[in-house]
Ligand binder design. Structure first.
Ligand code: NAD
Ligand code: TYD
Length: 353
């Protein structure tokens, strides 16, 4: 049994679905169901006894301690976080609470549980912390990609709060011997991506006939990874990663934002042409840049390949096509997310708000 936090969000829900597709080991899924948590992502697991969902916060020490005592997991995988840079600029407080204080409380509960385990269980236990490449700051055009040895230079409240959580995880290993693993991954895309982030936002706006907002000059570079590849990397690190180590995870897919948006427009032109025959790219609109906008992220994923034999299985071309098709095929999911109706679905299904 494993305990997953944030398993109703974008990456966490993909991870839970992939985990249960690959093994029968049960999952306890602790998620606070913030605006980003959506149990509809896990609707295909309804009635599946291998998935135990618990609504609650990683910051709730007593709840986490009880879950650990009741279920005796062999691993905790921490996805729970506030994850959107723009929201962190408007209101950093939640990011401090969840990403820093929440991770601290989670670590405290896990440390107490781990200390009380029998020798065999203690030896195999792992705490895997899911983090981001944004902790390394911003690269210049000719800089080499981020290696695990790069110094931390976070620039947004989001990346600063993730950096702080990474440091706490590191300290719990160094000081208390907690068997931790950390992954620092590049930008993900794929099914169940909440439409506040660039790729789903552009797709939805395109189909709705709305402007496609490009921050600044659109030449900022991100290294895109299909979410299922991120999930397989986390499974591999959990299985074979060296305790106390960090692993960078990336897709070897550096793209300027404008290229990503043009690719999306081209695929939509082919799969769902506009009624007036005009290209979706006509909807591209330049808007004010994000304050402190990081110019370039790129991941050197050599270590995880060399030590653990992991490589992404999707190229950007194959992954983005699958993603567009998924959004076209899952319009009810899109409509519920955008209308907020999925919150009512949660209330109906599990009670409460
Ligand atoms: P997301 O915002 O889609 O989901 C976050 C989930 O965490 C939601 O289900 C939310 O309800 C839950 N949550 C928030 N606060 C919580 C709390 N206090 N207790 C329990 N659950 C809580 O995020 P995501 O994109 O799926 O990212 C998951 C993790 O991966 C995050 O830690 C993020 O920093 C990291 N990451 C994301 C990306 C990316 O491109 N999205 C890339 C690298 C790393
Ligand atoms: P985002 O998906 O928010 O991820 P992150 O900021 O964590 O990299 O944004 C990806 C890139 O796209 C980033 O450079 C900001 C840019 N962007 C836009 O140009 N327009 C938008 O409407 C959004 C949401 C993002």
């Amino acid at each position: 049994m494993v305990l997953i936090t944030g398993g109703a969000g974008f990456i966490g829900s993909n991870f839970v679905l992939d985990w249960l597709a690959n093994s029968d080991e049960p999952v306890v899924n602790l998620d606070a169901l913030t605006y980003a948590g959506n149990l509809e992502n896990l609707a295909s697991l309804q009635g599946d006894v291998r998935h135990i969902f618990v609504k609650g916060s990683i910051g709730d020490f007593d709840l986490v301690a009880k879950l650990l005592a009741d279920h005796q997991p062999r691993a905790v995988i921490n996805f729970a976080a506030e994850s959107h840079v723009d929201r962190s600029i408007h209101g950093p407080g939640e990011f401090i609470q969840t990403n820093i204080v929440g991770t601290f409380n989670l670590l405290e509960a896990v440390r107490a549980y781990w200390c009380g385990l029998q020798d065999d269980a203690r030896a195999v236990f792992r705490f895997l912390h899911v983090s981001t490449d944004e902790v390394y700051g911003s690269l210049g055009t000719d800089d080499p990609p981020f290696a695990e040895t790069n110094r931390y230079e976070p620039n947004s409240p989001y990346s600063a709060s993730k950096a702080a959580s990474d440091h706490l995880v590191r300290a719990y290993h160094h000081t208390y011997g907690l068997p931790v693993l950390t992954t620092n991954c590049s930008n993900n895309y794929g099914p169940f991506h909440f439409p506040e982030k660039l790729i789903p936002l552009v797709m939805l706006n395109a189909l709705a006939g709305k402007p496609l907002p490009i921050y600044g000059d659109g030449q900022q570079v991100r290294d895109w990874l299909y979410v299922k590849d991120h999930c397989s990397a986390i499974r591999r690190v959990l299985e074979a990663g060296r305790v106390g180590e960090t692993y960078n995870v990336g897709g070897w897919n550096e793209k300027p934002n404008l290229d990503v948006v043009h690719t999306l427009c081209n695929i939509l032109d082919e799969l769902r042409p506009r009624a007036d025959g005009k290209p979706y790219a006509a909807q591209i609109t330049y808007v004010k840049d994000r304050p402190g906008h990081d110019r370039r992220y790129a991941i050197d994923a050599t270590k995880i390949e060399r030590e653990l034999g992991w490589r992404p299985s999707e190229t950007f071309d194959t992954g983005i096509r699958k993603t567009v098709q998924w959004y076209l095929d899952n319009q009810p999911w899109v409509q519920n997310v955008t209308s907020g109706a999925y919150k009512q679905w949660v209330g109906k299904q599990y009670g409460g708000d």
